[in-house]
Design a protein around this ligand. Sequence first.
Ligand code: ZN
Length: 560
Amino acid sequence: MSDNHTLTNIFYKNYLPSFISKKTVALSLYLTFILSLSILSVASAAQNSMPTDDEINANLKKFVAVKLKTDLSQLSENQRQMLSLLRDAAMIMDDIFWQQAYGSRDKLFAKWPKQSIQKLLAIHYGPWDRYSGDKPLFAKGGIKPPGANFYPADMDKRELEVAGQDNPALISPYTMVRRSANGKLISIPYHQFFATEHKLAAEKLRKASGLAQDPGFKRYLILRADALLNDDYQASDFAWMAMKNNLLDIIIGPIEIYEDKLGYKAAHEAFVLLKDMAWSKKLEMYAKLLPSWQKQLPVPQAYKQDSPGAESDLGVYDVLLYAGDASATRAIAVHLPNDAEVQLIAGSRRLQLKNAMEAKFNHIVKPMARLLIEPSQLDHVSLQAFFNNTMYHEIAHGLGVKKLVVSKNSVESALKENSWMVEEGKADALGLFIAAKLQQKEGWPRDKLLDSLVTSFTSIFRSIRFGSSSSHARANLIRFNYLKEKKVFIRSPQGLYRIDPKRMEAALSSLIAIILRLQGDGDYAGVIKFEKKYGTIGPQLAKDLQRLQNAGIPQDAVFE
Ligand SMILES: [Zn+2]
């Protein structure tokens, strides 16, 4: 159902931007009328093809509902009160994300009153299957626009980029794009488009700051509240980097650019977090090793000239709540802030989300391994390695270059909508490079490295199942085919895999060199060629993925 991806959407909203004239409204109401007629016909057609219970249940079965566990007994009464305010603020991000990803959730739910359907729509934040390349969930559903609801549905990438040259606000991460009366693209800053929501969330954060005892957290909450009122997030990002000792934390606002497949708009999200102090201390030391790893990257000097922030802060957290984009992607680790200036000056923080990771390992990775990995290597698929790999992946985001080798432009602007896919692929491959370096440095037994390699290999299948609309999935598919070409694994006729660790290390090293060059050169065409060569699901892999599905292994965990 693509109807809400239209002009109608913003006019139903109660915060019609003040600069839109009455004439615009009149025209739009006329358009709304026309569109409503077409909606009616689509809706009645869809009514006839209502999905059957079997179809709905088949999709719902791809998810396992897991209750996230954590110990809240250590919280003071003050902190409990603060937690409830943070939760309120987070849920506002969820409302905004719905509008960015689709449009009005209430209208969509009204159209599909059946509870099981609503459950499905809530998991996908709209009527498109996030795990199958955004295909419509139901017959007769429209196609999801690549720019979701951030832009007018009839706009294409070229129109945006041409108009964006004269008006850079159109391609700012913090604006919604709509059409004016004469059809021109206009940008509306988030703090105006979502004025009601941003104000309310800011108020909640400010109230929470009144309860905060940690001075760093108090300051961050105040600055983040300010940022929601003007869309200038940098000061609050610096404040977030500066705080160290707070038990509770919240990541909130427009942050990641995953939802907009045109690659410009940050989507709203929130994580409410509880820090695991003991674990975090243990991991701090790894960040100090970043500069030495940067020097050892298997590329010429030019591709490793940046000095990574050794100050980077590595923390372990339990998730209390996911909202918005975070809930749609259900990340098990986070690397923030994204602001490259803040990263260069203050470094970045890498957060491992322990309880979420454990849930995914127990319900997905381990059961998958039993179907995919040869018995002789099955014991190498371990929770500890899964946890470590995710940590190495997060550290690895800090390695390599952020700016092109030949100019001062950012890698991100050069690789555009593919930049995240390449960056995730880099972090996965480099994460295992870090594991190998630690093995040499710390004198680990080889088995520990083998744990990392086999667990990572198993995890490739988990990621590919996220579907082609996920940057992570595309990156993992490329890695799978690359490792296959390098004969890193053998597959028994029963479909059980065994990897050769030596070959895997060598293949990863050459893959890293390719990726770091694509990034350093900002080689947009090269990335497309690379994905064309390695980015397809071959018949054997398709069969294995089907086998996982037939065995009823969920694609992902939905957290309660
Ligand atoms: Zn990542």
